[in-house]
Design a protein around this ligand. Structure first.
Ligand code: GDP
Ligand code: GDP
Length: 440
């Protein structure tokens, strides 16, 4: 991860406040309820057109002043290992604190390895800014102290100028742009958390932890099984509620929120229960929202006495229930024994590529006009429908416009014929596609 800033310092100096200011809207959320303990927050921001990532290492050193040297060393080590620029934050309002000195003792060992800036926070007024002088005694940084107010923003521009001067190979665009956003949906107990934990445990590189635009949606970037992707989760609603009867309700709400933020939904089923009404609803909703869909039948290890046709029977049953939706691939997994989890992720990433691809117009016309020639739209009231031209619209989801003389006369059955031919020639596995007719 390049262009990374880490903020270290004792509790309450304002690290989270600065973090939030630096990452703008893309605020991080703690996710401790899920059983997935994340001890740091990540986020992106940009300054003068250069993107950077920020780590708030504060999670190691919690609320009170009851801090152990071990925790301080961990926090500093993490920052030094992962960041390109380290901000050591102190609080001018509170003045020099014993813990600041303990931090400084650890930090000094790394002086010269990476740029470390001493940042005196809560300098909301000029008078307070002058009080920063006492921190020179810490002997950190190259003699400069950046006096800032994380709360009102003063001084942060100068600080950012200094920081980005170390980034000579800037990211020109949001580093997450173009990565598939995947949501894992499903009823309680199908194995969603187990999947998350498997991804975390194995081959882990959480790169970011950023909040989506929808409240409560957390996006975590992974590189697992050779794929870069973002998992969308909704931590806020994940808290195992004391009100047990509400758990079903919350699980649906969570699903919808996560779905809104995603490109592709993995709809997870429990093999021992088969597909249930709520699963069908979720799939229908994902289809209406034009999301890519992958159906994952988990706990496949619990199905005993599997025959050669067991998979086929399962697939047929699912297809029957979700008809007329026919495009989602179905993968049989066991998160417990790690069977085909790799395949499930890879398929979701492939579905994303199918969803975002654009078929060149010339190729589209060459193939589809031949199919139309072979099977003309049925005439209505003696009138012939003639399709002249087809093009994929520049939309976020695949939509194909067929230009013809009498768009109002084209039947749904013919529309399905065209959809099937499109799917046959160009891989749109897992993706809903739109067909529209326009007057030429
Ligand atoms: P952290 O524990 O280091 O992450 O500190 P927080 O960001 O949680 O901030 C601790 C407290 O200091 C909060 O009440 C903040 O509102 C307050 N605070 C943070 N930055 C400033 C600032 O620049 N000026 C003032 N006056 N208060 C601040
Ligand atoms: P969630 O509610 O969808 O997040 O489901 P969990 O991940 O909490 O899993 C519910 C239960 O199913 C746990 O006891 C898991 O250990 C178990 N489980 C998850 N995946 C599998 C699997 O592939 N096979 C088996 N046998 N059990 C599983």
């Amino acid at each position: 991860m390049k262009n990374t800033i880490a903020i270290v310092g004792r509790p309450n100096v304002g690290k989270s406040t600065l973090f939030n200011r630096l990452v703008g809207q893309r605020k991080a959320i703690m996710d401790n309820e899920s059983g997935v303990t994340r001890d740091r927050h990540y986020g992106y921001g940009d300054w003068t057109g250069k993107y950077y990532s920020v780590i708030d290492t504060g999670g190691y050193v919690h609320g009170s002043d009851d801090v152990f040297e071990e925790e301080i060393r961990k926090q500093v080590k993490l920052a030094i290992d992962e960041a390109d620029v380290i901000l050591f934050m102190v609080d001018v309002d509170a003045g020099l604190h014993g813990l600041d000195e303990e931090f400084a003792n650890v930090m000094r060992r790394y002086q010269g390895k990476k740029p470390i800036y001493l940042v005196a926070n809560k300098a909301d007024t000029n008078a307070r800014a002058h009080a920063a002088g006492e921190f020179y005694s810490l002997g950190i940084g190259d003699g400069d102290i950046f006096t800032i107010s994380s709360q009102n923003g003063s001084g942060t521009g100068d600080l950012l100028d200094a920081i980005v001067s170390h980034f000579d190979d800037p990211w020109e665009e949001e580093p997450d742009a173009g990565l598939p956003k995947i949501a894992v949906l499903g009823r309680p107990n199908v194995g969603k958390s187990s999947l998350f934990n498997l991804l975390l445990g194995e081959e882990r590189t959480i790169v970011t932890d950023i909040a989506g635009t929808t409240r409560d949606a957390i996006q975590t970037r992974y590189n697992a099984f050779g794929n870069d992707f973002i998992l969308v989760d909704t931590a806020g609603l994940r808290r195992k509620n004391k009100v047990h009867e509400d758990i079903e309700f919350y699980s649906v709400l969570r699903s919808i929120r996560a779905m809104e933020e995603s490109d592709v939904c993995i709809v997870m089923l429990d093999a021992t229960r088969g597909i249930e009404a709520q699963d069908v609803n979720i799939i229908g909703l994902a289809d209406r929202n034009r999301k890519g869909i992958v159906i994952v039948v988990n706990k496949w290890d619990l199905i005993e006495d599997k025959q050669t046709n067991t998979v086929k029977e399962f697939e047929d049953l699912i297809k029957e229930k979700i008809a007329p939706i026919s495009y989602p691939p179905i993968i049989f997994t066991s998160v417990l024994t790690k069977q085909r989890v790799h395949k499930a992720i890879e398929t979701a990433v492939q579905v994303y590529h199918n969803k975002t691809k654009k078929v060149p117009t010339s190729q589209l016309n060459e193939v589809m006009l031949r199919e139309i020639e072979a099977h003309q739209p049925p005439s209505v009231k003696g009138k012939m429908v003639r399709i002249k031209y087809v093009t994929q619209l520049p939309t976020h989801n695949p939509v194909f416009a067929f230009f013809c003389n009498l768009p109002q006369y084209v039947k749904d059955s013919y529309s399905r014929y065209l959809e099937n031919r499109l799917r046959e020639h160009f891989d749109f596995t897992g993706v809903p596609i739109g067909i529209i007719f326009r007057k030429k």
